[in-house]
Design a protein around this ligand. Structure first.
Ligand code: CUA
Length: 314
């Protein structure tokens, strides 16, 4: 099916069939009750309309069983929709553990992507079929929205804050990519394509990358002198960064939090917001001194330190 006859975009990700089934369920329920209610209105209007000028209506008591039935059945249907929708939502907002992490930066008016092997692209996103893809996204200016209808993936891309989305492409091909948030004159031109490739082809393509984001992050880490405080031994004033990513961090006067991309970014740009317990409040802000690309690179580097085997342990 294509063209005007197609009801929904193609199904090209793990989310597509489940989301479509939920949409059809909701539309089916709506259609059923619309037809039922309109049908009964017409039926009753014909059956019970006043037959003569002086006819007087008689009140009809409504039995309890009918009141209970038409309350309980819609309640059950609403609860099914709630449970189903919640399950879908939680699945969408909790990416799995084993993901291919790609960073995305939106700006007026283009999409920039960087792959873990270092390869960069603009307005095209290449991904391997069958792998979980996680996008960590930020905007350099206004609000954009990453929208790939064939994958049923849509997520706002905000200035000043990371958002993330994930999907698992289920078939190879080229799919639309749109910006779904009005972002200025050329909003409608802010589009591109997602190319889903065979894993081997993707691997080959990605291997032509230059420095990986983690390598770039490591050199930024050195040139900005971060290592003098965040030493590997954990002896400096700053917290040790090895093993930090994904772990739970305890703060001085703030709720504990799992260290994710957003937390790392916040700590680089607004280090005073949350200070790790047992460390002095001395880190300067790097706001305005690093571009979003550079912050992304540092985040990738710190993420790469999560489970890195230390020398001698191998
Ligand atoms: Cu970017 Cu609309």
């Amino acid at each position: 099916m294509n063209g005007l006859l197609r009801w929904a975009p193609q199904s090209a990700s793990n989310f597509a069939d489940g989301l479509d089934a939920l949409s059809w369920f909701l539309m089916g329920v709506s259609a059923f009750f619309s037809i039922l209610v309109i049908g009964l209105i017409i039926f009753f209007a014909i059956k019970y309309h006043r037959k003569s000028e002086d006819e007087i209506g008689t009140p009809v008591p409504s039995p309890l069983w009918i009141e209970v039935t038409w309350s309980v059945i819609p309640l059950i249907i609403a609860l099914i929709a709630f449970a189903w929708g919640t399950k879908t939502y939680l699945n969408y907002f909790n990416p799995p553990e084993d993901t291919l992490n790609i960073s995305a930066i939106g700006r007026q008016w283009m999409w920039k992507f960087q792959h873990p092997d270092g390869r960069r692209e603009i307005n095209t996103l290449r991904v391997p079929v069958g792998k979980n893809i996680k996008l960590t996204m930020i905007s350099q200016d206004v609000i954009h929205s990453f929208y790939a209808p064939d994958f049923r993936v849509k997520m706002d891309v905000l200035p000043g804050r990371y958002t993330a989305t994930w999907f698992r492409p289920t078939k190879t091909g080229t799919y639309f990519l749109f910006c779904a948030e009005y972002c200025g004159t050329d909003h409608s031109q802010m589009r591109g394509s997602v190319i889903v490739m065979e894993p081997e082809a993707y691997k080959k393509w990605a291997s032509y990358g230059e420095d990986t984001p983690a390598d770039l992050g490591e050199s930024l880490f050195r040139t900005h002198g971060c290592a003098s405080c965040h030493s590997e031994q954990g002896t400096g004033p700053g917290p040790k960064l090895e093993g930090l990513f994904g772990s739970k961090v305890i703060f001085e006067g703030a709720e504990p939090q799992v260290a994710d991309e957003a937390y790392i970014r916040e700590s680089i740009l607004f280090p005073q917001k949350k200070v790790v317990k047992g460390h002095p409040r001395v880190m300067p802000s790097y706001q305005g001194r690093l571009s979003e690309d550079q912050v992304m690179a540092l985040v990738s580097y710190i993420r790469s330190l999560a489970n890195e085997p230390k020398g001698g342990e191998e």
